[in-house]
Design a protein around this ligand. Sequence first.
Ligand code: ADP
Ligand code: MG
Length: 159
Amino acid sequence: MKLLATTPEQTHELGRRLATVLRPGDLIVLTGPLGAGKTALTQGIGDGLKVAGDVTSPTFVIARVHRPDSERGGRFPLVHADAYRLDAVLEVDQLDLDTELADSVTVVEWGAGMVEQLAADRLEITIAADPATEVRELELNPVGGDWRQRITQAFSAAQ
Ligand SMILES: Nc1ncnc2c1ncn2[C@@H]1O[C@H](COP(=O)(O)OP(=O)(O)O)[C@@H](O)[C@H]1O
Ligand SMILES: [Mg+2]
């Protein structure tokens, strides 16, 4: 499935829509060049999941846990990881998180080839950017589980 986002706000909105079908244990792997909008999409996901704290690029840590803001109806944590500087596949204990991935939604930037072993089922999203414009093309590749049905549900309504 391919989706277009012509502004940063649209990329956020796609993240919010995706969040409507997310549940604990999910793994989302984001690919795309620097500035593609991987963090922007994750911000939309965090918004939709109603987690506390600003989602920013976790460049100087491997991963950050955003707790659900229960007052706003948030139900589970978002683990936001950046595998950019990893030179070997990511092991869960390397993350040193005070949450279980099974209890969280995990989004990994630059995770392709690094994190697939964390979950057999996953949603891969590749973002292509035209550097001259704000147009971004998101290609969603559902791997296993019921990801295909879920992304259809999230994005079938007219955009
Ligand atoms: N359609 C768009 N979607 C997302 N970001 C966009 C878009 N158009 C322009 N941008 C800009 O591109 C940058 C994306 O940054 P970021 O999300 O940190 O990228 P990444 O995490 O992939 O390196 C931001 O400065 C954002 O404002
Ligand atoms: Mg980023």
